[in-house]
Ligand binder design. Structure first.
Ligand code: HEM
Ligand code: HEM
Length: 276
């Protein structure tokens, strides 16, 4: 990998920021707030930020960069797709439970639902994230979509995935600010009590985590190399990858028998990267 040192630096910084953010959100609800419980009260609401940060932000971030980890490049692409999809499904599950906790608390306390911009954007993000999972599984995991469709959908999948990730961090920042304004009364948020400063730092950590994940996921030099896929195309005749790319490979070979094996491999790699 090009610039392995830079990659490891960005990855460890992202891991550290994400881990410390999780510690901070836990300390916020356990030390400054009412703790955690499932009783319809404020302690049930506290699951909302905890699950949003650990699942919807942290797990999603890891899911996004999982293809970029060089030590996974010897694993098959299919296995990596299951890991990518599995982590996204786990993140989605956390997000749904987080939203249920907020609704349950509101209903018990007779607070209206869905009045804030935070709640509108948050619910939209959960719904669109669910849709992204359904489309991701339909197009890339179940071997029915033609290779051309997979290739055409990939830029949209990557763009909408990154847009959702960034938006979800923005939603979390809005939620944090709202919660501080609502719950700090004596002293108020504007007086910068220790809880306010502590939770502002949590917000900064989420921004740093998000920025690093976006950086890692947008460096072309750190992409998983196509060789792995080509290898599986050539050696794994019955596998999912070869089944879906089979026709494309024969198309590549059509009329190129005079080409060197290297040229065919290069073109095949290009196709893998576009379609997979
Ligand atoms: C409420 C989504 C993160 C604080 C809500 C509601 C939704 C939602 C849909 C509406 C619940 C209802 O109307 O009963 C999300 C999503 C998040 C997220 C998708 C993922 C990032 C956070 C975080 C906090 C937070 C990190 C920090 C404490 C709040 C507060 C409310 C709320 C205070 C109640 C007030 C309101 O409805 O705006 N959230 N939230 N949220 N959320 Fe979040
Ligand atoms: C790549 C996001 C679900 C299959 C990506 C990338 C992002 C992303 C940002 C680009 C990663 C990179 O360039 O390194 C998401 C989000 C999802 C989701 C936010 C859920 C909400 C899925 C599912 C599948 C899938 C369920 C099914 C297997 C893929 C594939 C790639 C990819 C095959 C190409 C990896 C490569 O560059 O070789 N996804 N994804 N995604 N995703 Fe997803």
């Amino acid at each position: 990998m090009e610039n392995l040192k830079h990659f490891l630096l960005a990855l460890s910084a992202a891991g550290a920021a994400g881990f410390v953010a999780i510690v901070f959100v836990l300390r916020w609800v356990l030390h400054f707030r009412e703790g955690l419980a499932w009783d319809g009260g404020p302690a049930e609401f506290n699951w909302h930020p905890v699950l949003a940060v650990t699942g919807f932000v942290f797990l999603q971030g890891i899911a996004i960069i999982v293809y970029r980890l060089p030590w996974t490049w010897q694993c098959s692409k299919l296995m990596m797709k299951f890991i990518h999809a599995g982590l996204h499904v786990a993140a989605f599950t956390f997000a749904v439970i987080a939203v249920v906790a907020a609704f349950d608390f509101h209903n018990t306390a007779k607070i209206p639902n869905m009045y804030s911009l935070h709640s509108w954007l948050g619910l939209m993000a959960v719904i669109l994230y669910g849709l992204q999972i359904v489309l991701g599984v339909g197009v890339y995991l179940i071997p029915v979509a033609p290779v051309a469709w997979r290739a055409a959908c990939m830029p949209i999948h990557v763009y909408s995935g990154l847009l959702l990730f960034a938006s979800i961090i923005a939603v979390a920042l809005m939620g944090i600010t709202e919660k501080l304004i609502f719950s700090l009364s004596n002293p108020k948020y504007k007086d910068s009590p220790p809880e306010a400063v502590f939770v502002n730092v949590l917000g900064l950590l989420l921004v740093i985590f998000g920025a690093l994940i976006l950086w890692i996921a947008t460096r072309p030099a750190w992409k998983r190399p196509g060789e792995q896929m080509t290898h599986s195309l050539h050696t794994n005749s019955g596998g999912e990858d070869s089944a879906k790319a089979g026709p494309a490979l024969s198309e590549l070979s059509d009329g190129v028998s005079a080409e060197s094996g290297g040229d065919v491999r290069k073109r095949s790699n290009k196709l893998d990267n576009q379609a997979d």
